[in-house]
Unconditional design. Structure first.
Length: 152
């Protein structure tokens, strides 16, 4: 799908605040509300816009302990990869999982209440999974930058 400058600007506005009205976007872009509505529907239909979400403050819901955990599988073969990926999708503490090149196979971003909760997660969930060879965890001291917006 080819995006024009208006689409790119509209996507930026939606990433900044998707709760504005079509009229507000129309005024910003110099288009009619109908044109904005049609552009948004097209962006949704083509998958450029996947979803709309509320961004929750981790501290307000007691999940402010962020961990990045590298995972190495015992053996990097198709069945182990498929099984690990299916199992990690079921772990609510894991908010991101990336298959990597390099020394480790995966990088997980995990949100839990505190160190005790992380230990419980590691012992009872993550390392209880088959095919885990080793893990290495890093704990966030301070979140310097966090954005969900894709640079356009």
């Amino acid at each position: 799908m080819k995006l024009d400058d208006k689409d790119i600007t509209l996507l930026g506005l939606l990433q900044d605040n998707s709760k504005k009205t079509n009229k507000e976007y129309a005024l910003h872009l110099g288009l009619s509300t109908t044109a904005i509505y049609e552009r948004i529907k097209r962006l949704e239909r083509t998958g450029a816009i996947r979803n709309y979400v509320a961004l929750v403050d981790k501290a307000k819901v007691d999940r402010n302990f962020t961990v990045f955990c590298h995972v190495k599988l015992v053996q990097h073969v198709k069945d182990n990869i498929a099984q690990f990926e299916a199992q990690v999708l079921c772990l609510q503490e894991v908010v991101e999982c990336h298959h990597l090149s390099g020394d480790y196979d995966y990088l997980l971003k995990i949100h839990v209440k505190d160190m005790d909760a992380y230990r419980h997660f590691m012992v009872n969930k993550l390392t209880a999974m088959n095919h885990i060879g080793s893990t290495q965890s890093s704990f966030t001291i301070k979140e310097v930058k966090h954005s969900t917006a894709i640079p356009l």
